[in-house]
Design a protein around this ligand. Structure first.
Ligand SMILES: *Cc1c(COP(=O)(O)O)cnc(C)c1O
Length: 454
């Protein structure tokens, strides 16, 4: 290996990082990892507090997943999905069809989350052109404010985070946009209905031109781990059914056990028409994503060679056998009694941690669903006001955490606590303590003046 100093130089000179202001980039170079721990090139260790951007579900170097990849690598590392299959990809497709609710039986593989969403959008579009009773006017989409579905132009079009999409506006297609169903914005005494009304009047007016609605079920992750009120998701399913609009569930963050159910949709008994998986599908080991379609949708794509019904879309590495082997192993680990028996206690422990944090000065709210925790940072007695964004308070807290051997990345002034499921009781306690100390330290470092609401 080149010296850490040289690596840092080359990193800065040549490696253009994702979602990163390179002019202020501070190198963090991970050389190895084990369980929840990341080790940098200097030998420092950091607890992986957000599962390496929400995907290393079982932590690093899990023996079962490592072994599955080694076994597969000794057979075949790649075969195209264009008319060819491999045993792990077939087995994974079958496993996902079994796990997915309802008649979600047909798995279209991609490599990244964005490509799964992109495929789902196009499948929904094409479906209406050629289903049994075609509705060629159904060409548009409904999406939520604050949504994040990826960075390709289609997935960005349905995205609703202005700072990511605004500059590309001329390149994006228009969508019908709903207010984010943010529980924090519910008026006293109202429930999911409050947000569903807007959807109903939109569908009533425009359903003839709408192909599909896209939603991150229960949690809008990149928006800041924004939670939807209970019943919202079910309401969306009922309304989309009523108005003959397809429902695409983007479970790229929430899927594969992260929220306590296999899929967040299941927590409200919802079966979408298309379901997207990514991120932790392979336990965060390798790129793999899936757009899972219902039998009803799939059927519309069948016909003879000349019917023009096939889905002429796909990516080179979709269904890659190494990735598929990792995914099968990760799902095995997830289903194991070892993981399942620990999960309840882990969620309870995370709840305790969040409770303790919620009592802190500068913590406005905490939220939890399964092993997803969120902490909103806001000035004490802020009455709903925020820290000025230029203060980057969330970032400052994470810098303090790094000094204390925990790596996290905030969403603005929301901290995400989302460790791998292999985390031990002691490690989770350590993580909670560091988050608490880091909020205290960041509070001290900004001093009382900066605490004034903007
Ligand atoms: C990360 C994410 C995506 C995009 O996945 P990539 O693998 O980064 O392309 C899509 N939807 C949601 C909800 C995500 O969090």
């Amino acid at each position: 290996m080149s010296s850490p100093k040289l690596l840092a130089k080359w990193d800065l000179d040549h490696y253009w990082h994702a979602f990163t202001q390179m002019a202020e980039y501070e190198s963090l170079i991970i050389d190895s990892a084990q369980g929840v721990w990341l080790y940098d090139v200097h030998g420092n260790r950091y607890l992986d507090g957000i599962s390496s951007m929400w995907c290393t579900l079982h932590g690093h170097r899990h023996p079962v997943i490592d072994e599955a990849i080694r076994n597969q690598i000794s057979k075949v590392s790649h075969a195209t999905s264009l008319g060819v299959a491999t045993p792990p990809a077939i087995e994974l497709a079958r496993r996902l069809a079994e796990l997915a609710p309802g008649d979600l039986n047909h798995i279209f593989f991609g490599s990244d989350g964005s490509s799964a969403v992109e495929a789902a959008l196009k499948i929904a579009f094409q479906y209406w052109q050629q289903c049994e009773q075609p509705r060629p006017t159904k060409t548009r989409y409904v999406a939520l404010d604050g949504a994040y579905h990826g960075d390709t132009l289609g997935s960005a079009s349905v995205g609703g985070i202005g700072k990511y999409t605004a500059i590309f506006e001329p390149l994006l297609f228009e969508v019908h946009r709903l207010h984010a169903p943010d529980s924090r914005l519910l008026p006293e005494g109202s429930g999911a209905e409050y947000f569903l009304q807007q959807l109903e009047s939109l569908l009533e007016q425009h359903h003839q031109e709408i192909a599909a609605l896209v939603i991150e079920p229960r949690i809008q992750a990149a928006a800041g781990m924004v939670f939807q009120p209970l019943g919202y998701l079910r309401g969306v399913r009922e309304l989309t059914r009523k108005y003959n609009v397809l429902m695409i569930a983007d479970e790229i963050v929430t899927g594969c056990g992260r929220t306590g159910n296999m899929f967040a949709c299941e927590s409200e008994g919802v079966v979408p028409d298309l379901l997207c998986l990514g991120k932790n599908l392979t336990g965060g080991y390798l790129p793999l994503s899936a757009a899972i379609a219902s039998s009803e949708i799939y059927k519309a794509f069948l016909g003879d060679q000349n019917s023009g019904r096939a889905f002429l879309h796909g990516h080179t590495f979709g269904g890659n056998p190494l990735s598929a082997a990792a995914a099968l192993a990760s799902l095995d680990v997830l289903a194991s009694t070892e993981v399942q028996s620990r999960l309840r206690a882990q969620c309870d422990q995370l709840e305790e941690i969040l409770n303790e944090l919620s009592a802190m000065q500068n913590v406005a709210e905490v939220r939890q669903l399964g092993m997803v925790g969120a902490v909103d940072l806001a000035p004490a007695d802020s009455h709903g006001q925020c820290f000025p964004p230029e203060l980057r308070f969330g970032h400052q807290v994470c810098r303090e955490a790094l000094k204390r051997e925990v790596w996290m990345r905030p969403l603005g002034n929301t901290l995400v606590i989302m460790p791998p499921l292999c985390i031990t009781k002691d490690e989770l306690e350590f993580l909670g303590r560091v988050v608490l100390e880091s909020i205290e330290a960041a509070t001290q470092s900004i001093g009382p003046a900066a605490l004034q609401p903007k």
